[in-house]
Design a protein around this ligand. Structure first.
Ligand code: ADP
Ligand code: MG
Length: 422
């Protein structure tokens, strides 16, 4: 029994591999964590017979608590008390540094479990091991940063209130086929690579794109055509677009979002020298390359699907064209409820829903803030213990011009008929 030396690393890795082979479950602490612990001087002991490493035990201490990261024995050297000796050595080092509680978390079948039992460690029943993994490999972090992208928090899906129809379609057509990879294969489903969300402004297209990234746990990168354009002229923009796609292509997984895609994909005038022509063509050329990657999803949003170049909409480029429409009464009620918070208890929701007919979710969010602020200010001034009232919000509604018009809604219905692909 002795301390781990740097020269032991190769044999330690072999030992690790051997140990992994007979335990079917994946160890909780991966090899990289074990090596990192050893490198930073955490307690690590080995059992050696001559030059051969036949066992190792590594722990990580944190105050009074330590975790056994690995307890491994070479195949021919089990059931001989080496495991107990390793634990004794490990414990001695840990106790000397003030550790009082030592835990180990191992796959049920792992060799180490027998050694722990023999040495008097008691298994605890009734525990469940949870984990969540950041999807982003270390190598992608720098690139993602350079692209202005990030991993979004979980739970954004839940913050999209109402919109049940849209949610269901997005869930079934986009999220599930990208998440349920085994079933997808079994049933021959082709998961989407690129989709378009269309609908009037403020209906939640951006929110849906982010919610999808949040559900998948993939990083979210937004491409801003207007910023790329700063690179100088249409030729510059086309080149910048190419470069951005090359960078994005190097990410292991990504939701690429292009808002107001009509800016770079509007109908070409037919004049070859038309500057927009060049950029639209470039984007058309880039899509097949983007589609070649697994775990890459492009989401384009537009308020004006009818102005998109028809070549862009041809099958083979985008899997789905999904309408994200104005919220109906049920959706408006859910959105009001979400933004009213506790104030929802003291207002007549039905009246707010009725009064906000041409409101988008974004308009409702704004009206709810405004109404709540007014009620709050009144209370601060008078301290009458009056809750927010329906009138507060009706006033706010009357002061806001709704985004939607009857014409927009009828155009949206025409677009839905004509362009929806799901
Ligand atoms: N279903 C919804 N529930 C709650 N808030 C929403 C919903 N849809 C949109 N919003 C809010 O409205 C604002 C604008 O939404 P956004 O997704 O940017 O719309 P779009 O991209 O269609 O213009 C955001 O602040 C968002 O939080
Ligand atoms: Mg948007």
């Amino acid at each position: 029994m002795r301390d781990f030396h740097d020269d032991d690393l190769d044999q330690a890795i072999q030992l690790w591999d051997q140990n992994g082979m007979d335990g079917r479950a994946v160890p909780v602490f991966p090899l990289s964590e074990v090596i990192a612990a050893v490198r930073t001087g955490e307690p690590a002991v080995v059992a050696a017979v001559g030059d051969e490493l036949v066992g190792m035990a590594v722990a990580r201490a944190d105050g009074e608590r330590a975790w056994v990261l690995v307890l491994a024995l070479a195949a021919g050297w089990r059931q001989r008390g080496i495991g107990s000796d390793l634990l004794a050595e490990l414990e001695r080092r840990l106790r000397a540094s003030g550790v009082r509680r030592i835990s180990a978390l191992l796959p049920a079948e792992a060799t180490g479990t027998a050694a722990l039992r023999n040495y008097g460690y008691r298994p605890r029943d009734g525990l469940v091991y949870f984990e969540t993994l950041d999807h982003l490999p270390a190598a992608d972090a720098g690139l993602l940063d350079a692209l202005g992208g990030r991993v979004l928090p979980g739970g954004l899906w839940g913050s999209v209130a109402g919109m049940e129809r849209e949610k269901e379609i997005v869930e079934r057509r986009i999220v599930l086929p990208l998440k349920e990879t085994e079933l997808v294969e079994q049933y021959g489903v082709v998961p989407p690579k690129a989709v378009i969300l269309f609908g009037p402004p403020g209906t939640g297209k951006t929110s849906f794109a982010k919610a999808v990234a949040s559900r998948l746990g993939w990083p979210f990168v937004e491409l801003f055509p207007s910023r790329l354009a700063a690179a100088g002229g249409p030729a510059g923009l086309a080149a910048a677009l190419r470069e951005a796609f090359a960078d994005i292509g190097a990410l292991e997984s990504v939701v690429l979002f292009i808002d107001e895609v009509e800016e770079i994909a509007s109908e070409r005038s037919g004049v070859a020298a038309d500057p927009g022509h060049m950029v639209t063509n470039e984007l058309l050329k880039l899509i097949p390359g983007f589609r070649a990657h697994d775990e890459h999803l492009m989401v384009c949003a537009t308020n004006s699907v009818r102005s998109l170049d028809p070549a862009f909409l041809r099958p083979g480029r985008f899997d789905y064209l999904l309408p994200i429409g104005p919220p109906d009464a049920t959706a408006r009620a859910a959105i009001w409820q979400r933004y009213l918070g506790r104030a929802a208890d003291s207002v007549d929701l039905a009246r707010l829903v009725e009064a906000s007919e041409l409101f988008t979710p974004a308009d409702i969010e704004y009206a709810a803030r405004k109404g709540s602020q007014a009620a709050f200010e009144r209370e601060v001034a008078h301290r009458r213990g009056e809750p927010a009232a329906t009138e507060d919000y009706l006033t706010a509604i009357s002061e806001i011009r709704p985004t939607l018009t009857d014409q927009m809604i009828s155009e949206f219905h025409e677009d839905m008929e004509r362009y929806t692909r799901m």
